[in-house]
Design a protein around this ligand. Structure first.
Ligand code: FAD
Length: 551
């Protein structure tokens, strides 16, 4: 497969021109996982595809999740058998197609005094969960007594724990998953563009035939023509639908979910844990590369969709939950090094509270032909895309293939999981001569982001001639160069937050290298330099003053 020249930020002017020069079979609004998945499914079936994203790819909910590829144990409790089965089975497909960003992760579910679950229910629940999801025998749940749980996780509060269950989930990097799917779609011929906002729809005889978009970098507006349009705008789906038809019956119900990050030394959990909070909710603590992240909250949200953030009350809720559950010294708000807040676009159901609403996806049809999709999970994106593209394929006279994304390797994922260690060793052998001092762990870190494309990153590091830079800086600028050439990075936040996760997980590497990256961006892509000075970029992790998210 040829690599799309439009993946390079340097080719953005040509990409914008190409968007104006043809009528696409499909225009997709929204570059989160839903839109990206639809783009890949549609283009691989033979449709011509354009996708526009008003911010960066994954800048909406798709970079603010708990970062689990999971079957959604919680949804079993809600009786949502279909969702659990579908996303459970999708985990295996994703692990196969993107093993660099999907890692098996054991999850400990402690059964606590006065908690939601007892040992019998947990054992049955996890058994059903494993069977619905088609989990391999060797990975199925194991039930543990109190001693077993505490041996496995000594940081838990012994007085609360009665027993527990250990089951298999998968950890991912949500924003990287989106960009890898976008890259794969681009390599198949889709034209996907960030920082391009849909302003209004275009119509012929009452049917939607494209949209007028504005480039928030260059400032100019133009039309994109398409036979069909799909609205995959996540929490913004209703706002986009209202541009098409003033009001429709079903509305989305938005809830906010916040995560906080503390150094691992402050909450030294040995593995991921899913535990009860006193109010009956469940939250995760997940260790990852020197930090532990904790989440999530689930509260109604009706303020500005572009400004969802972690309030002091959100952070206190998570800190209190952790301090009750763990015997390690209490954490405080001062220990928090970063936070993120995402919005769940849930389908409104009369009389149900935020935590009770189903996470299933739903497709809305408008009389103009606009198809909108909302809800669902990161994990189930491929099947959501299949359902949407089935609709679009049925409506077009153009011959289309059946969905075959199950067989499409995601960019960077063209290795079997068992080949990865060997691949990393081969890279070390190949590059240790030209990048003095490089170690296996640094290549492993790059691999966890870029998979088999790590080779291209190392090629940039190899040719780096700036002798002033130490090895870490040399690798960092090589990552940036790769992200400019192949991942459409235009500014600091794209790079530090969504392409590398450093803003959340290694904030010190951001402050320490801010000016180095700014300088490289200025040199590499001078025509988008205005974007670098935007004030909202790279804010430190402060809590918004308001304790309420209702406007
Ligand atoms: P988004 O990612 O929000 O994408 C929509 C995009 O549309 C946005 O980027 C937005 O900028 C763009 N857009 C809006 N208006 C316009 C316009 N006018 N023009 C152009 N573009 C526009 N799922 C899991 O599987 N595992 C998890 O661990 C998990 N944890 C979660 C935790 C939290 C706190 C939350 C909130 C959700 C979680 N989910 C999880 C669910 C999952 O994150 C979402 O289902 C998924 O990310 C939604 O993706 P999306 O593409 O539909 O929406």
């Amino acid at each position: 497969m040829q690599v799309s020249p439009f993946l390079s930020t340097k080719n953005r002017p040509q990409l914008l021109e190409a968007l104006q020069n043809q009528t696409f079979d499909l225009l997709i609004i929204g570059g989160g996982i839903t839109g990206a998945g639809i783009a890949l499914d549609a283009v691989s079936r033979g449709l011509s595809v354009a996708l526009v994203e008003k911010g960066d790819f994954a800048s909406g909910t798709s970079s603010k999740s708990t970062k689990l590829i999971h079957g959604g144990l919680k949804y079993l409790g809600q009786g949502n058998i279909g969702l659990v089965r579908e996303v459970g089975r999708e985990r295996a497909v994703l692990y196969q197609n993107a093993p660099h960003i999907v890692h098996p992760e054991k999850m400990l579910l402690p059964i606590v005094k006065g908690g939601k679950f007892n040992r019998f229910m947990t054992s049955i629940g996890l058994w059903i969960y494993d069977h619905l999801a088609g989990v391999e025998k060797s990975e199925r749940r194991v039930m543990l007594g109190k001693r077993g749980v505490l041996a496995m996780e000594p940081t838990l509060e012994a007085g609360l724990v009665e027993a527990g269950g250990l089951y298999t989930e998968y950890r991912t990097d949500d924003a990287r998953l989106v960009i890898e799917v976008v890259k794969t779609a681009m390599n198949h011929g889709a034209l996907c563009t960030n920082y391009l906002k849909l302003d209004k729809f275009l119509y012929t005889e009452g049917k939607v035939v494209g949209g007028k978009v504005t480039d928030s970098i260059g400032g100019n507006s133009f039309n994109i023509n398409a036979d069909q349009v799909v609205n995959a705008a996540g929490p913004w789906v209703d706002i986009v639908r209202k541009k098409d038809q003033p009001s429709e019956e079903k509305e989305l119900f938005l809830t906010k979910g916040v995560h906080i990050v503390v150094p691992h030394a402050k909450l030294p959990v040995k593995q991921s844990i899913y535990f009860d909070v006193i109010d009956g909710r469940m939250i995760f603590t997940i260790p990852r590369d020197g930090i532990t992240y904790i989440g999530t909250t689930d509260t109604e949200y009706s303020s500005n969709l572009d400004e969802a953030s972690c309030t002091k009350a959100d952070a206190e809720y998570l800190v209190n939950a952790v301090n009750r559950m763990f015997s390690s010294p209490d954490i405080s708000l001062d220990d928090i090094i970063s936070t993120w807040a995402g919005l769940r676009p849930l389908i409104y159901e009369e009389g149900k509270a935020a935590g009770e609403l189903s996470r299933k996806d739903e497709i809305f049809h408008s009389e103009t032909g606009l198809v909108s999709i909302a809800g669902g999970k990161l994990t189930g994106y491929r099947k959501m895309a299949e359902r949407v593209v089935d609709i679009c394929a049925n409506r077009t006279d153009k011959p289309t293939k059946p969905c075959h994304t199950q067989q499409i390797t995601i960019s960077g994922g063209d290795l079997e999981p068992e080949q990865i260690d060997n691949f990393i060793k081969q890279l070390l052998d190949a590059y240790s001569g030209s990048i003095p001092g490089i170690e296996q762990k640094q290549i492993q870190n790059l691999f966890n982001k870029f998979g088999s494309n790590t080779k291209s990153v190392l090629d940039f590091a190899k040719t780096s001639i700036d002798a002033k830079h130490d090895l870490e800086q040399r690798l960092l600028t090589a990552e940036l160069q790769y992200c400019i050439e192949s991942e459409m990075v235009t500014n600091l936040t794209d790079f530090f937050e969504r392409r590398t996760g450093r803003q959340f997980f290694e904030p010190e590497s951001v402050t320490g290298n801010h000016s180095l990256i700014t300088k490289t961006l200025k040199t590499e892509i001078p025509f988008i330099i205005s974007n670098l000075t935007k004030p909202e970029l790279l804010e430190p992790p402060v809590f918004s003053a308001s304790n309420s998210d209702k406007s």
